[in-house]
Design a binder for this molecule. Sequence first.
Ligand SMILES: [Zn+2]
Length: 274
Amino acid sequence: MIKKLYPFGKAKAFNVTYDDGVLQDVRFVELLNAYKLKGTFNLNSGLMKNEFEWVHESGCVVKRLNEEIVLSLYSDHEIASHTLTHPYLDGKSEAEVLYELKEDRNNLEKLFHREIKGFAVPFDYYSDLIEKCAKKCGFEYARISEESLSFRPQTDYHRWKATVFHLDDALQKLAYDFIDTDEELALFQIVGHSYDLDTENMWDKIESIFKTISAQDDILPMTTIEIVDYLKAMENAEITDSHIINNSDKSLYFSVNGTICEVKPASLLNVINR
Ligand SMILES: [Zn+2]
């Protein structure tokens, strides 16, 4: 029996994808680093000045981080685009949407000196036009606001759903269920904004989830783009009862009759007699 696995033969992957690049990310990233977890941070390069702040309904002032801070803060994590200025994209023309996406990606690439391959839509509006623009800009995936509430890995990369929004009541139960799931290539991905952890007083809750996840030996912390790249490579593999052909440039991992096997880039594994 062949079962697909994540890198290093891990059965499951975990990621957090957090938006807006706000002050509370400093504490949040410290927490991720302490538990050796991986985040994806979706940033608006046009709002990276301290003066872009707003008042949350709780009275908490939400401050944006400036360029100097973001550069060092997110060094071990993925940076993705969240548009230039965080507009509501409903009613915008194709040219306007393209401008928001392209400018942001270019600014982030210049600032971080790395390729920006992912996009997370601002607010909760998504459309065929935005999808088309995200593809036109070359983004490998576009994360939408809808939750999957499932551990099944996503297959529509430009309508990518994270598992659960962190304020959803289902969060805690899903975290426990994830420990027990035997879904193939199970993925648990939490989406949110770190200022909610202040306003909802839920730092302890999120830390207890991180602690539980990081104590599991079969869960690999990954960024969203690492997950997307790996799933795409897995999709292109040829898997039959007799062999596995890896057509990608990265190692793929499988459990074959209970034994973990690495299939090197552009190579074949004979699975008969294993
Ligand atoms: Zn946002």
